[in-house]
Write a protein that binds this ligand. Structure first.
Ligand code: XIL
Length: 478
């Protein structure tokens, strides 16, 4: 493996500001006859998120994990289609890149970079100095100050140096404050004092002079003790001439519980001359998520998008994952889930439509949403005895583009229960039955029909369900 990647790639994609992008677009249009570069094609109302974002000189990003990129073609396709920016979810963290001293492992990080570059994505490096996902050899080293400073510098030199010129933004230090605005105890703070942050920023500037250098944290969306601590630290660092370019607001939020003042908070950092981004957005819902919670989640995504888009220095919104299926949320916040733009079947959620609309697309739904009324269901009791029956259900997808992943939902009117089902994954909660696709029948062509069946129980009356929805859209029933 190469010692570094210098020269392998072009320089980091350095996005123009929104204003510059608009002016350049106008200039290119004005000189279209002579311009070598053609302006990008105008976004259609239902274009992917990145097309709308690019029209505004904005970045819409996602945290990506190389194991999903390698193993899940739908994940990979959506990542490439929808996002023009990416953050490695774990691949550049210390425990992955330097699991023991001086033993640098760049396999996963290189794979991430290859995907991002092949798809023309702006990369946020994440993260150089953090108390978490830090290998024990660093945490428990009983270092003197000069030893730990050397350890930190060696790490920065190797990791930031390897991708020198290829990373637009580095999260140099992550999560350095506690909720009350005091310094978070960590091996770095405890050994080196608060100066470790300035030292890390300066060292990263040497290792990769092209990268913008950022600090990043959660619970700093609104104006509160913790975001005040960042505001004061940023002023201090700038006054001392320490290289600091931006503040990353993670945005791990709870559905319906957004803090107020997000836009004002972003604005005050921008007013210091810093850039701002929402770096890890997800909006977690107490499970199971119902339609009204998904609608609330869409409103919350709108609020965050609009807060960032309203401030000139706010350059990007990155969501922390592609589909709900692989989100970190259920592992960490018990009872919560469904925080992202796509559900576990890769159906675009109302939150996707909200982001799409905020970026200037229409509100007609994402590219994989079926238009309303585009499914037709047939339900039959094929066979019935004492307290049992066999049912068949089939649906036809009359949308104009194929479905990739589906979920059919209906309610039994008389207390019936599904005891076993086939050709899909069957679940029942109260009277509500949901069937999602099996591994082999998730893709349904326009005009395609899927047939399902089940055995069930009844208590004497066995009327047919009267309404069915496919991926949240009401179907006609015959
Ligand atoms: C999370 C990842 O999503 C998980 O896969 C991993 O197990 C733990 O870390 N703040 C951060 C991110 O800065 O790096 C964290 O990512 C989520 C919280």
């Amino acid at each position: 493996m190469r010692a570094d990647r210098r020269g392998r790639r072009g320089t980091a994609r350095r996005p123009l500001g929104r204003l510059a992008r608009r002016l350049l677009g106008a200039t290119l249009a004005a000189v279209a006859g002579v311009a070598v570069l053609a302006p990008a094609p105008a976004a259609n109302a239902d274009s992917p998120l990145r097309v709308h974002a690019e029209e505004q000189g904005f970045e819409i990003g996602a945290a990506l994990a190389v194991n999903h990129l390698n193993n899940d073609s739908q994940y990979r396709a959506i990542a490439a289609r929808e996002f023009n920016a990416a953050t490695p979810e774990n691949e550049m963290k210390w425990d992955t890149t330097e699991p023991s001293r001086g033993n640098f492992q760049f396999g996963p990080a290189d794979q991430f970079m290859d995907f991002a570059q092949a798809n023309d994505m702006t990369v946020r490096g994440h993260t150089l100095v953090w108390h978490s996902q830090l290998p024990p050899w660093v945490e428990d080293g009983n270092w003197t100050q000069s030893e730990l400073r050397t350890v930190m510098y060696d790490h920065i030199d190797a990791v930031a140096g390897r991708y020198r010129g290829e990373i637009a933004y580095w999260d140099v230090a992550n999560e350095i404050f506690l909720e009350d605005g005091s310094w978070r105890p960590s091996v770095f703070y405890n050994t080196l004092g608060s100066g470790f942050v300035a030292d890390a920023l300066r060292r990263t500037a040497q290792a990769d002079p092209n990268a913008e250098l950022w600090l990043n944290d959660y619970n700093i969306e609104g104006i509160n003790a913790k975001s005040n601590a960042y505001y004061e630290l940023a002023q201090d660092l700038l006054a001392q001439g320490v290289p600091l370019d931006g503040i990353g607001i993670q945005g791990h939020l709870i559905n319906g519980q957004l803090p107020s003042g997000i836009q004002q908070n972003i604005q005050r950092f921008a007013d210091l001359g810093l850039k701002v981004a929402i770096t890890e957005l997800d909006v977690r819902i107490q499970m199971p998520a119902d339609q009204s919670e998904l609608a609330q989640q869409a409103r919350d995504y709108t609020t965050v998008m609009n807060a960032c888009l309203a401030v000139d220095g706010c350059v990007a919104v990155t969501v922390w994952g592609v589909s709900d299926q692989y989100s970190w949320v259920p592992d960490v916040f018990q009872g919560y889930g469904a925080p992202l733009l796509y559900n576990s079947n890769y159906q675009a959620k109302p939150a996707y439509d909200a982001v799409h609309t905020a970026l200037g697309g229409d509100d007609g739904g994402g590219p994989t949403d079926p238009p309303p009324g585009s499914c037709a269901v047939t339900y039959n009791v094929a066979n019935q005895w004492n307290s049992g029956f066999t049912g068949t259900v089939s649906f036809t997808h009359n949308g104009t583009s194929p479905l990739s992943g589906w979920e059919l939902e209906f309610d039994f009117p008389n207390g019936q229960r599904v005891t076993s089902g086939w050709s899909g994954q069957w679940a029942q909660s109260g009277s509500t039955v949901t069937v999602s696709n099996a591994a082999w029948n998730g893709t349904v062509a326009a005009g395609g029909t899927v047939s399902l069946g089940f055995n069930g129980s009844h208590t004497g009356t066995n009327n047919e369900p009267t309404s069915f929805s496919l991926n949240g859209q009401e179907c006609t029933v015959s």
